[in-house]
Design a protein around this ligand. Structure first.
Ligand code: GLA
Length: 387
């Protein structure tokens, strides 16, 4: 955390919330955004995902206030929210990520008393890089430290996911919160989203680079069809399970089963994506180990095609960006995250990104009137206390 971020956070706390009878010491925490290399829209179907934390972070300053109220301040929105009522706030959407964490912690009988929290960050919002999961995991981790919870990072991830599901109302899977909680420098995690077993893998393709293009189409998972996909996956799973009881998640089905299970045409398409993604994820993890960048790239293109045609979570703009990069002979490109806008991940030989981006930027603006952005990233650490 840079000195100026730290100073801004501390001075916000003392200016916005100056008085309280017994203020605790200020502690600092931060939580990263994430990318996902492969395994998209499978974490609510028991699939394999391969995400990593990135060097864009949300920073928090927190202290106990002895007041029994929660005094929250977002530096980026320049907006404060003081409450002791744990109801969803229509007026301050950003506060719900924090209130949701408090509410889930109380359900688990974890101690939460009054506190002051200020936060700010550079994770682009609505770009599919999990800025909201970073707020949830960062808050949960900070609370665990100031109120001395006996809890693992894996359990923090589950608590943060419950906040998103039960309080915010997005039935997301576990991928984002989990990687933000447990990530290590320079590593992706391969995570089985049914068993929650995971392992670390280095992401190292000498001579090649991954980068992100933000389509600047802002997605909001709450308003997108994200929850509808969850329902289709659930109904397809229960139809498959009726025929074959050992199939507990859609990722455990096979093509024969999904053909016989009486799925609706759209359920069938969703299931086709889930099964295809299972082999793509295995291939990418193997190819990264073998340093076979060409193969990784091919799988990224085919993942995008499946997300666009079978899972139908892309949009005209991200489809355009992927096709544009294909025509420039990059190794691979695909939309990442929840979709309906957000970012495209590109894999290419090192050294071409700036020239390609200047060309794309112009053509994209001419076509859609939108400003694309490029984000270079490195693989970072998960949530942490910043001393
Ligand atoms: C969002 C959700 C995740 C996951 C991705 C798609 O980021 O929060 O749980 O479903 O979309 O892979």
């Amino acid at each position: 955390m840079t000195l100026s971020v730290r100073e801004n956070l501390s001075s916000s706390l003392s200016e916005i919330f100056p008085d309280a009878p017994s203020l605790g010491p200020i502690r600092f925490f931060s939580a990263p955004g994430r990318v996902n290399i492969i395994g998209e829209h499978v974490d609510y179907a028991g699939g394999l995902v391969f995400p990593a934390a990135i060097n864009f972070r949300t920073h928090f300053a927190i202290r106990t206030n002895g007041l029994g109220t929660f005094r929250l301040y977002s530096l980026d929105f320049q907006s404060e929210f003081v409450t002791n009522d744990l109801n969803y706030s229509e007026k301050k959407p950003w506060a719900n990520y924090i209130l949701g964490v408090i509410s889930e912690a109380l359900k688990l009988d974890l101690r939460v008393e009054g506190f002051d929290l200020a936060f700010t960050g550079n994770i682009p919002q609505g770009a599919g890089l999990s800025s909201s999961a970073a707020v949830e995991v960062g808050t949960a981790y900070a609370l665990s430290k100031i109120f001395n919870w006996d809890i693992t990072k894996e359990k923090i991830a589950l608590l943060a996911q419950a906040a998103e599901n039960n309080f915010v109302g997005v039935n997301c899977g576990i991928m984002d919160q989990f990687v933000i909680a447990v990530a290590k420098l320079s590593s992706c995690i391969s995570l089985n989203t049914e068993s929650l077993e995971y392992s670390y893998h280095s992401l190292d393709l000498p001579g090649y680079e991954f980068y992100l293009i933000d389509s600047n189409v802002k997605h909001s998972l709450k308003e997108s069809e994200y929850n509808d996909r969850g329902k289709e996956v659930e109904s397809a799973t229960s139809k498959c399970n009726k025929l074959s009881t050992e199939v507990r998640t859609l990722s455990q089905a096979d093509f024969l089963l999904i053909e016989r299970a009486g799925l609706t045409p759209s359920e069938f398409k969703r299931a086709t994506h889930i099964l295809g993604e299972r082999s793509r994820a295995q291939n990418v993890i193997r190819s990264l180990k073998d340093k076979n960048a060409e193969k990784v790239g091919e799988e990224l293109f085919s993942c995008h095609e499946s997300l666009s045609k079978n899972f139908q979570v892309s949009c005209e703009e991200t489809d355009y960006i992927v096709e544009w990069f294909r025509s420039e002979n990059v190794l691979g490109a695909r939309m990442i995250g929840g979709g309906f806008g957000g970012c495209v991940l590109v894999l290419d030989k090192e050294g071409r990104s700036s020239d390609l981006f200047s060309k794309l930027e112009k053509e994209y603006f001419q076509k859609f009137g939108l400003n694309a952005k490029i984000y270079k990233f490195s693989i970072s650490e998960g949530v942490r206390e910043d001393s």
